[in-house]
Design a protein around this ligand. Structure first.
Ligand SMILES: [Ca+2]
Length: 122
């Protein structure tokens, strides 16, 4: 789907796109953090919702893989370079991550392929 504007918060609003993924639908219902394996929202992804577990101490098979992210809704998340909320961390949300954002450009630490746990900030 090369014509999709990755910065659109709701993919189903893009003309001609009807077959959206569940992850996109969740993003539009508010309160999600999406981590993508590739830069610019590409590759495999994981979606974390505000209604689900809000502290994820390990991303398991997705550890050290996230290269880009998107925050949807009025949520703020802190991501950590280590498991169980250890190591360097950075807050995602507000103006950061409203569109798909690459980790290499966030904060003072290079979080590209360097995130192992996430926590939603109340
Ligand atoms: Ca990656």
């Amino acid at each position: 789907m090369p014509n999709i504007n990755k910065k659109s918060p709701c993919f189903q609003n893009v003309a001609g796109v009807q077959d959206i993924s569940h992850e996109s639908a969740a993003a539009c219902s508010g309160g999600t953090l999406i981590l993508f394996d590739g830069t610019n929202g590409t590759g495999e992804s994981r979606t974390y919702t505000a209604g689900g577990p809000q502290s994820i101490g390990t991303l398991l098979s997705f550890n050290n893989r996230a290269s880009s992210f998107q925050v949807a809704g009025n949520n703020t998340w802190r991501v950590y370079s280590g498991q169980q909320f250890s190591g360097a961390s950075v807050i995602l949300g507000g103006p950061v991550g409203q569109g798909v954002t690459n980790f290499g450009f966030v904060g003072f630490t290079n979080f590209n392929n360097n995130v192992e746990s996430v926590r939603r900030i109340p």
